[in-house]
Write a protein that binds this ligand. Sequence first.
Ligand code: HEM
Length: 324
Amino acid sequence: MKREEILKAIDEKYKAMGQDPDTHLRGLLYAEPITYWDYVQVDALLGLQIQRTTFPDEMVFIMYHQINELLFKMILWEIQQVSFEEKIEPKKFEMHLMRISRYFDMLSNSFTIMKDGMEREQYLKFRDTLTPASGFQSAQYRKIEIASTELINLIDFRFRKTIDRNTPYEHAFEHMYWQAAGKDHETGEKTKLLLNFEKRYKRELIQWMKDYNKVNLWTKFKQLPEEYRQNVDLVNAMRHYDHTVNIAWVMYHYEAAVKYLEGDEGEAVEATGGSEWKKYMLPRYQRRIFFPELWTKEELDNWGIDNLKSYKKLNQEEVKQLKL
Ligand code: HEM
């Protein structure tokens, strides 16, 4: 664009808003040039790491959680661009899915920062100041799940038969798989961990369920033209994402919990959130699967049993067998 054209376009833009273009041009003359630190908001970002104790490894814990939340936000940003585009081009769907997948790979592959990156003695002390908080209370994590699949796939297995498309959202919410981690298994009463979470987020999450009911990634995939639903690369990318979130990440997370919460004698200490974590955190018990029809019967039967190893890339013939 030539300078005269730029000036003409500016003129038209501001006149259309009922604004004087010259005022805006003069503003440019006085404005400070932007800097890296203002643009990225470095000072604000680096001012958010506040420890509750003096143990240096608590800083690792806080910052890694913050990095996770930032990546969760990046994932939600991409999902939104798929979900709210009315007729999404298959190529665009694939592009965003690959971005989402790469972000979750990063979360999964970096989890050793937790497992190997803190001294257990320090962790066991600073964690006392965190009770009854837990990563369980990450609302963005729940939003990713809700925006990735149909609600039925997030309902606790024991209650799936009682829930269908006509079930009120409130009822579905009460039967999400993760409710189990927030209930006293003897009395069935909600723990402080869950009560606090619901007080803060229940309303927002129910709205989120409504918003994504018909536009979550799984429903959007099923609406793609058949040739794309049969596309080997896309199907493998979907399987990769499902496996990364629901087996790989879950297992790395579980291994970190074992290191910190299980003593050398194999005796488990209580989690800050208070769940029966040894059972709750294993993928073979939870069986969370975002895209069930993308897995063979055998793969579904063995979900999480050989843990990280079960994921395999399909060939065209195998994709055809899935009957998508
Ligand atoms: C030393 C590190 C960690 C340990 C020992 C640990 C332990 C646990 C435990 C025991 C639970 C079960 C609920 C409870 O009773 O608290 C849990 C849930 C959870 N944590 Fe962590 N965690 C760690 C790091 C992280 C990090 C870095 C994140 C990232 C945000 C995270 C996110 C979550 C989420 C999303 C849940 C709920 C998962 C579900 O419902 O299956 N955790 N964690």
